[in-house]
Design a binder for this molecule. Structure first.
Ligand code: PBG
Length: 332
């Protein structure tokens, strides 16, 4: 697109920035609470709200508290909540069997939310890391995260989530072929309307640090995830991954992290036009919340600006830990 305009002074672009009324009138992108998916951390126990030190303002919640949080989020107009379990270390094993236990934390939380707030969409995470004694998203054999055997386990995990009532399954593991395998298994078992939001372009990022604390995976992780997550230097590869996932049956795609990867969001939206989401990850949250706590940034303004930028970059929605705080501001 190449806007046509007269030369100065016939055109003065500042005319439309003169007052709030005019600025609002020509604003190209807007945020609403419906743009948010809210990631929450679930832990065992009852009536527990446990702060996470590297994510000021974010807590691990017991299932009853997650239900309360889901009700509040629903009242704010947030359409979806995404569950991440903090798994007791004693349940982390090399075979990761807890991942498909019908009564694991994630599945219990899903059932409780769907019972209490049926209109709230529940998204669940598919990857083995919360259940793996070595912290990786897949099975490790001879120091390598193996693909095909991992995909078989991911299918079992996703089916257990679908049976528990998950509306959106988010594979965050970055194995090859998992979208096709998951879609086939969901169809075969009659879960025809369970949506797949694929973490298609997930980079091996330093910005996941606080999340790994939050789910208790930092201590467990041996090595790094560069053998399956993307190289931050690549952009064309992201388009290949997104195209492949759409062809295998993904309903929506995701770019992760968010703010450092807005170029990837824009390219993805322009190239494929599919529902595109960005994950404003834990490290992005920690930077903004930490600086705001120290008085180095106007936290509210920085939060709202960071979220609006995702819309400008072409995203249809954002996974963000700021979801309730931002929704409150948007609702006035
Ligand atoms: C793991 C997973 C990660 C995040 C979501 N799912 C971390 C990782 O890949 O190590 C990160 C989210 C965040 O940082 O907020 N399957």
């Amino acid at each position: 697109m190449r806007p046509t305009q007269a030369a100065f002074p016939a055109t003065r672009l500042r005319r439309l920035r003169k007052s709030a009324a005019l600025r609002d009138m020509v604003q190209e992108n807007t945020l609403t609470p419906a743009d948010f998916i809210w990631p929450v951390f679930v832990r065992d126990g009852e009536n527990v709200v446990e702060p996470i030190s590297s994510m000021p303002g974010v807590n691990r919640l017991s299932v009853d508290q997650v239900v309360k949080a889901a009700k509040d989020a629903h009242a704010l107009g947030i359409p979806a909540i995404c569950l991440f379990p903090y798994t007791d270390p004693s349940l982390k094993t090399e075979d990761c069997a807890e991942a498909w236990n019908p009564d694991n934390l994630s599945n219990r939380a899903t059932r409780a939310i769907k019972d209490a707030v049926p209109d709230m969409a529940v998204m669940t995470d598919v990857a083995l890391d919360p259940y793996n004694s070595n912290g990786h998203d897949g099975f490790v054999e001879d120091g390598y995260v193996v693909n095909d055997r991992t995909v078989e386990a991911l299918v079992k995990q996703a089916l257990s989530q679908a049976r528990a009532g998950s509306d959106i399954i988010g594979p965050s593991d970055m194995m090859d072929g998992r979208i096709g395998a998951l879609r086939g298994a969901l169809e075969a078992e009659g879960h025809t309307n369970v949506a797949l939001l694929s973490y298609s372009a997930k980079y091996a990022s330093a910005f996941y640090g606080p999340f790994r604390d939050a789910v208790g995976a930092s201590g467990a992780l041996t090595g790094d995830k560069k053998g399956y997550q993307m190289n931050p230097g690549n952009s064309d590869e992201a388009m290949r991954l997104i195209e492949r996932d759409l062809r295998e049956g993904a309903d929506m795609v995701m770019v992760k992290p968010g703010m450092p990867y807005l170029d990837i969001c824009r390219r993805a939206k322009d190239m494929f036009g599919a529902p595109t989401f960005a994950y404003q990850v834990s490290g992005e949250y920690a930077m903004l919340a930490g600086a705001s706590e120290r008085g180095w940034l106007d936290g509210e303004r920085a939060m709202m600006e960071s979220l609006l930028c995702f819309k400008r970059a072409g995203c249809d929605g954002i996974l963000t830990y700021f979801a309730p705080a931002a929704a409150k501001i948007l609702n006035g």
